[in-house]
Design a protein around this ligand. Structure first.
Ligand SMILES: Cc1ncc(COP(=O)(O)O)c(C=O)c1O
Length: 295
């Protein structure tokens, strides 16, 4: 950014958590923020952002079109875009966001007691892939002598990294449509190219999951085995655990589990990236068994 450019308005598109972070930063720095959200955004997520003084505009667009709208509004009004997807001429901020995510992998390594016992597998939930790409870049470097297997997990209708891997041409590809899922944080149809470049090199598998997989993970983390901590996990944060449980218990997933060499010897690392950010849905899933396991 040229030194003479002054910032007064931050703008971003979000399905909840990123926008809450941007609104918080604006509040801390005494700036204004306008946050665009896709259609169907949960009222609780809107309220959480407004609580930091930001203006929230819920659009009638999906996530990726909302990102484009936010960019256009920024150009027209001279606002400053804080987005986690790189585009030509816009790389610093997405890179800094990815670098910020490595706070989580650093904390995880601390919690594991350092590098003594590397994880054999890391499950990473992905929207545009910035979080997953950052975790992979950091962990593959730290554990370079025994690189874990990285498994990228996406919602069925927003599986753009899986689609990119499937295309087999090394390039990233978008998926379109409503991107309908309860995993709102992962409802993104266009990969961050910077993240894709990392994931393409290091991922062992891409798995798309229906909503009931996330609901399964939320229930498991809320009702742990004796001695384990109870974890309040939102839809996007819990999908990896939900998938592991299904890999362990569903006969038709045995080949995938075997292909990934997941067994009793495994040390599997998960990151829960959100709490109950949609409390109404959280209760329906935990209390009323919404989204039961199918298949
Ligand atoms: C709860 C949660 N988990 C994970 C992610 C991963 O995000 P991305 O792949 O878009 O970096 C997000 C993004 O907003 C999120 O909200």
């Amino acid at each position: 950014m040229p030194p003479e450019m002054s910032i007064s308005m931050l703008v971003t598109a979000t399905d909840g958590n990123h926008g809450r972070g941007v609104a918080w930063v604006a509040e801390q720095l005494g700036l204004k923020a306008v946050i665009y959200m896709p259609k169907g955004s949960a009222q609780s997520r809107v309220d959480n952002i407004r609580a930091h003084g930001a203006t929230v505009r819920v659009t009638d667009l999906n996530y990726d079109d909302t990102v484009r709208l936010a960019g256009r509004m920024a150009r027209e009004n001279g606002w400053h875009v804080i987005q986690d997807t790189a585009s030509p001429g816009y790389a610093d901020i997405p890179r800094w966001i990815m670098q910020g995510y490595t706070t989580m992998s650093m904390e995880a390594i601390d919690q594991m007691g350092g590098k003594r016992l590397p994880p054999t597998h890391v499950f990473l939930q992905a929207g545009v892939g910035s979080f997953a790409g950052a975790m992979v870049a950091h962990l593959a470097g730290v554990f370079k002598d025994e690189t874990p297997r990285f498994i990228v997990v996406e919602p069925t209708h927003a599986a753009c990294l899986l689609a990119s891997a499937d295309a087999g041409d090394g390039r990233h590809h978008a998926v379109t449509g409503d991107l309908e899922t309860i995993m709102a944080g992962l409802a993104c149809g266009e990969p961050n190219p910077m993240a894709w470049d990392i994931l393409r090199e290091f991922s062992s598998a891409y798995v798309s999951c229906d909503d009931y997989v996330a609901a399964n993970g939320m229930r498991i983390l809320a009702n742990p085995l004796a001695g384990d901590d109870r974890i309040e996990a939102g839809e996007s944060g819990a999908v990896g655990i939900g998938l592991l449980d299904m890999l362990a218990n569903l006969p038709h997933l045995i080949p995938l589990k075997a292909g990934l060499d997941i067994g009793q010897h495994s040390r599997i690392l998960f990151f829960n990236t959100e709490g109950a950010t949609d409390p109404e849905n959280y209760r329906k899933i935990l209390w009323h068994g919404k989204y039961p396991i199918a298949g």
